[in-house]
Design a protein around this ligand. Structure first.
Ligand SMILES: *[C@@H]1O[C@H](CO)[C@@H](O)[C@H](O)[C@H]1NC(C)=O
Ligand SMILES: *[C@@H]1O[C@H](CO)[C@@H](O)[C@H](O)[C@H]1NC(C)=O
Ligand SMILES: *[C@@H]1O[C@H](CO)[C@@H](O)[C@H](O)[C@H]1NC(C)=O
Ligand SMILES: *[C@@H]1O[C@H](CO)[C@@H](O)[C@H](O)[C@H]1NC(C)=O
Ligand SMILES: *[C@@H]1O[C@H](CO)[C@@H](O)[C@H](O)[C@H]1NC(C)=O
Length: 576
């Protein structure tokens, strides 16, 4: 069976593929280093346990949605199957691809044109169902599925029967045409909470889908001879490169996120490894990925197995408890499968595991492309935190595509078993709860003597955000935060926050019980002193019924007593 498919596929490739077969060898699994091979095979095997043969879909691995079929992970897992090429893998991948492609929205006059339902059971938006973007349909699924399927065509066409190649090409064309409907513009703060939900927030400051779509447009434009798509891909590559390099900042607008920076790395690896030869993506992608990896090498604290804050958007405070896409790239780049990685050690029960069902088996094979542009010192920094190798980072981030004066400033300090990060921003609206502008992470005292035990990570996070103007700065052992009025001419909408809230956690009740009344100063494993100005006595509460993406925390809440022009502020000095 495999032999005959292979023959058909080789013929199909000779006739159809505009790419030299040379690309295929870049994703040979055998040539991957052991850590990447281990991640690839262990994730494929775990994710396979969610396969429902009656539907040819994966069931959701997320304990919050048991029993649901999941389009995105199924479509991406199909590419993992093609990469693995074990007995039965190609047939299973073909079934999944044909089924998923059959559910794609094909009406070109609808905003959801070219994207895919969350599950085969979900009705098309409108009619019997709602039509709210990101709720009833997800515009970014064009990109997740489309980019993964481009990778399948680029590296495993020779395994696919030609009708399936046709199915994929048609599906990719719809997805790419769907992307063309997105450029609607919500204005400068496109990712604030109170945006115009009737419009799409897609722009070059929405980094992760933009990087994926740009590749999709470029690849599909070239493969299908659609010069309009190629031209859009070129223009979009240029647009994000200009935003990245603006002011010499060399940062993406969606700066520092365990999840989304990981998606950026995935997309840029595709730019570098698989973009059409006559496009500029490889050149731009190489530059942007190298600079991004350098920042990650600085911000990653191997002693904590965690990226330091601040986070533009995050799903958690500790990457050993939640799955982050970046974690899979770092894990793949480690010297051995035994080197501690920023991945939860127990898969069942870990947070945000739905990303594990989509990304590790793509990240591992792509890690070779990433490694080729990553300086050796960055790889070293992923593997170990040298004792005494304290470091600081200072970066600026252009916030949006419209207003070049809207800039966020980032600082971070990393020491032995401790990271501190802060971000200063001056915006008209309080941002989403995923934004963590200030964060301290530290190693809690170990609970077990097992040498391979992951560190337990304590955290103090400025979360949820209550202010749209925050000045948070990290320096050695110090986090300083203040809440001034806006300094911007258009800053009249910024309001004085009524409270300043910190989420603290990672530790057990028995460790905090006797000191909880001290709030921040009572956390275990860290000596903390706090000076405030314009803030009242902090209240301390634990709310078991709510959490931040599954991170149950203590909430240390300071009432704001100052009024502008007096500026409320807090200075937190820590040592281990
Ligand atoms: C697309 O949707 C529009 C609006 O509902 C409808 O008028 C049109 O017939 C649909 N086109 C196709 C091809 O189904
Ligand atoms: C690359 O070549 C293809 C095929 O000739 C063409 O359609 C496409 O527009 C070109 N792309 C660029 C960026 O020049
Ligand atoms: C960021 O830093 C620049 C340069 O120091 C400064 O002009 C700007 O006001 C800062 N922005 C914020 C939001 O603090
Ligand atoms: C401030 O609020 C007003 C009234 O809601 C609005 O018209 C204006 O656009 C807002 N300014 C900014 C910078 O968002
Ligand atoms: C706990 O959190 C829930 C959800 O945010 C909220 O509705 C509830 O009022 C909170 N309870 C307390 C005692 O703070």
């Amino acid at each position: 069976m495999l032999v005959s498919l292979l023959t058909v596929g080789l013929l199909a490739m000779a006739m159809q593929s505009p790419f030299p077969a040379a690309h295929a060898h870049e994703l040979s699994l055998e040539s991957l280093p052991p850590a990447a091979q281990h991640l690839f095979h262990s994730s494929m095997s775990y994710v396979s346990s969610y396969f429902d043969p009656s539907a040819s879909y994966l069931l959701s691995s997320d304990p919050g949605t048991p029993g649901a079929h999941d389009t995105r992970s199924s479509a991406m897992y199909a590419v993992g199957l093609l990469l693995r090429f074990d007995e039965g893998d190609v047939e299973r991948a073909v079934d999944i691809i044909e089924r998923v492609a059959g559910t794609q929205y094909a009406n070109a006059s609808m905003p959801w044109y070219g994207t895919y339902p969350h599950a085969p059971e979900e009705p098309t938006s409108g009619g019997y169902y709602g039509d709210v973007i990101y709720t009833n349909w997800d515009p970014n699924w064009r990109d997740f599925i489309g980019t993964a399927w481009c990778l399948a065509l680029a590296t495993r066409s020779h395994l696919l029967p030609s009708p399936t190649i046709k199915t994929i090409e048609r599906s990719l064309l719809l997805a790419a045409e769907g992307v063309l409907t997105r450029y609607q513009g919500r204005g400068p703060y496109a990712n604030a909470v109170n945006v115009d939900n009737t419009k799409d927030n897609y722009d070059a400051a929405y980094t992760n889908p933009w990087l994926m779509s740009t590749f999709l447009l470029s690849y599909v434009g070239h493969r299908m001879g659609r010069a309009d798509l190629s031209a859009r891909g070129e223009a979009d590559a240029r647009a994000i490169y200009e935003l990245f390099t603006y002011g010499g900042f060399d940062t993406f607008a969606e700066y520092n996120s365990g999840t989304y920076t990981g998606v950026d790395v995935y997309a840029l690896a595709l730019w570098i490894g698989f973009a059409p030869p006559n496009s500029t993506l490889k050149e731009y992608g190489t530059y942007m990925l190298r600079r991004t990896m350098e920042d990650l090498g600085t911000l990653y604290n191997a002693g904590l197995r965690n990226l330091a804050g601040p986070f533009d958007r995050t799903y958690g405070f500790d990457q050993t408890r939640y799955h982050s896409v970046l974690g899979y790239f770092i894990a793949s780049l480690l010297p051995s499968p035994a080197t501690p990685a920023p991945i939860p050690s127990s898969l069942p029960g870990s947070l945000h595991i739905n990303d594990y069902a989509c990304f590790p088996f793509l990240a591992a094979p792509l890690s070779g492309v990433v490694k080729a542009v990553t300086p050796g010192w960055v790889l070293d920094s992923f593997a170990r935190f040298e004792k005494g190798a304290e470091r600081t980072l200072k970066r600026q981030v252009r916030t949006n595509t419209v207003d070049p004066t809207a800039v966020r400033n980032v600082t971070a300090w990393l020491g032995d078993g401790i990271s501190i990060g802060g971000q200063s921003l001056d915006e008209p609206y309080v941002r989403q709860s995923s934004m963590v502008a200030a964060l301290i992470q530290w190693a809690l005292p170990p609970k077990s003597s097992t040498p391979s035990q992951p560190p337990r990570v304590g955290y103090i996070a400025l979360s949820p955000p209550t202010a749209s103007v925050v000045h948070a700065t990290a320096s050695p052992g110090i986090l300083e935060i203040s809440f001034p009025p806006s300094a911007r001419a258009d800053g009249t909408n910024a309001t004085l926050p009524s409270t300043v809230v910190f989420a603290g956690g990672g530790f057990e009740w028995a460790e905090y019980e006797h000191n909880a009344g001290k709030g921040l100063a009572g956390v275990p494993g860290l000596s903390v002193s706090v000076e405030t100005s314009g803030l009242g006595e902090a209240g301390v509460a634990y709310n078991g019924s709510s959490s931040f993406n599954g991170f149950h925390s203590w909430y240390i809440t300071y009432p704001v007593t100052a009024s502008w022009p007096d500026v409320p502020s807090i200075r937190i000095t820590v040592s281990r």
